[in-house]
Design a protein around this ligand. Structure first.
Ligand SMILES: *[C@@H]1O[C@H](CO)[C@@H](O)[C@H](O)[C@H]1NC(C)=O
Ligand SMILES: *[C@@H]1O[C@H](CO)[C@@H](O)[C@H](O)[C@H]1NC(C)=O
Ligand SMILES: *[C@@H]1O[C@H](CO)[C@@H](O)[C@H](O)[C@H]1NC(C)=O
Ligand SMILES: *[C@@H]1O[C@H](CO)[C@@H](O)[C@H](O)[C@H]1NC(C)=O
Length: 422
């Protein structure tokens, strides 16, 4: 079978942007440099604990071939595990620390970095994105929890302590669901496939996050139209379009396009990885490392790009226990071995981790932030096509610290089914 030749290779050429060549541009001054100063980029993924854990965890989750539209927040998982690390000792603590290890090692320390990012991230709510988020450590019939631990994890990692009721596992699940729905700002999360069986002394770490980015420049609502999305099932979806200047890189060898789309106010950006051809994401996912992502983002430069993206929601509810165990977190789950002596003095032989749950939801829509109309007009020439009519990987990245807020895959877009299937 012949591979489908990507159309954009045929029609796109490297574009040289001529500054101020737009007719009637009044902003140009005679002393202006030939090209704008490069915007100050955030630190690269390499050396950031949320990327280190996020990419490995993503790969572990995706090694289950039945996973569809996987989405979670590496920042929330990493910071909540960081908080739990502060309440543990011995091999439990070192295994938790290992999950957040980066190469090269972080200068400030993973905890400080994560705690600082959480603050800048929640402070940006309402400008670059709409955000609902909540993190909690639930305990089931546990010995009295140390107030110092509760205070510290709340202050630094926004992790609240909650007690699970005395009921059975069905009652626990109901309580967790109710909490998640509130954390998602009233949105009903995807159902949880795994069972939650909290024994006495179980600690359950839960994160909920709902994110809707507001683009720096909006996608035109008028040109939104019905197109086919070639995912797990072929579906008819609404596609939105925009041509503009974006940081873009094409890795010919690995056959993937990398695109960075800034969000309003510059507090965060969305990074998209789109394979050249229609294919499942398996091949691309195996490549992902902080080093490769750093190199792609460093190589991306400003180019005219014509973007087409499906309007879609990705919602995912995940139990991370199996994947975290595969990454080396083994002692925490075992009542006899786990050491959470910082969470409670009377922890021995009781306190253990009973679950790590994650409710996440991401909305891809056309809107920009307030005041978008005041931006200067862009000079678009011979745009590269970034035509996302097939599965892609999506990241949301904090622009100040470079941390990974969200990682996800769109394998399937909801819509009226067509007959052909991948
Ligand atoms: C973000 O702002 C919205 C609207 O003001 C609010 O409902 C929500 O709770 C805020 N989220 C966070 C995490 O503070
Ligand atoms: C990140 O922030 C810097 C400094 O405010 C800004 O120049 C740059 O354009 C921002 N990047 C994105 C992708 O928004
Ligand atoms: C973009 O960056 C690459 C490598 O960093 C460089 O070879 C290329 O000339 C750049 N393109 C433009 C249009 O500046
Ligand atoms: C995504 O969800 C929001 C509400 O949560 C809804 O308003 C919107 O229409 C949904 N978008 C799509 C493409 O289904």
């Amino acid at each position: 079978m012949l591979p489908r030749l990507p159309v954009y290779i045929l029609i796109s050429l490297p574009v040289l942007l001529v500054q101020g060549s737009t007719a009637g541009s009044s902003k140009k001054s005679p002393t202006a440099p030939a090209s704008p100063p490069p915007p100050h980029p955030p630190p690269p993924p390499q050396g950031d604990p949320s990327w280190a854990l996020g990419l490995r965890l993503y790969q572990a989750l995706r090694s289950d071939s039945s996973s569809v539209n996987t989405l979670f927040s590496p920042l929330l998982v990493a910071s909540s595990l960081g908080a739990l690390g502060g309440g543990s000792a011995g091999s439990t603590a070192s295994q938790l620390q290992d999950l957040l290890k980066t190469s090269p090692p972080t200068k400030a320390g993973a905890g400080e970095l994560l705690s600082g990012t959480l603050k800048s991230f929640t402070d940006a709510n309402g400008t670059s994105f709409h955000l609902h988020t909540s993190s909690a450590l639930f305990s089931k019939q546990a010995p009295a929890v140390s107030q110092a631990f509760v205070k510290d994890s709340q202050a630094r990692f926004r992790l609240q302590h909650k007690a699970l009721g005395k009921g059975d596992s069905k009652a626990d699940l109901k309580q967790l669901h109710g909490w998640a729905k509130a954390g998602l700002g009233g949105l009903e999360g995807a159902p949880l496939a795994a069972k939650v069986q909290a024994k006495a002394g179980a600690l359950i770490l839960a994160n909920a996050l709902r994110f809707k980015g507001l683009w720096q420049r909006e996608f035109s609502e008028e040109s939104t139209d019905h197109r086919t999305f070639l995912g797990k099932k072929y579906t008819k979806v609404m596609m939105m379009h925009r041509a503009g200047l974006y940081r873009h890189h094409e890795d010919i060898e690995n056959m993937v396009q990398v695109l960075e789309v800034p969000l309003w106010g510059g507090k965060a950006s969305v990074v998209l990885l789109l394979p050249f051809h229609v294919e499942s994401l398996t091949r691309l996912e195996k490549l992902l490392t902080p080093e490769l992502l750093s190199s792609w983002l460093a190589k991306a430069n400003v180019t005219s790009v014509a973007i087409s993206l499906p309007k879609a929601n990705i919602s995912s509810t995940l139990s991370l226990q199996e994947s975290l165990s595969a990454l080396g977190l083994t002692d925490a789950w075992d009542q006899k071995v786990a050491d959470f002596s910082g969470v409670s003095e009377k922890s021995k032989g009781k306190l253990h981790l009973g679950g790590v749950l994650q409710w996440a939801s991401l909305e891809l829509a056309a809107q920009a932030g307030e005041g978008e109309d005041k931006l200067e007009e862009e000079n678009i020439e011979k745009a590269k096509l970034f035509y996302a009519d097939h599965p892609f990987i999506i990241f949301a990245r904090d622009n100040t610290t470079g941390a990974l807020l969200l990682i996800g895959a769109l394998d399937h877009a909801e819509g009226e089914a067509l007959h052909d299937e991948l």
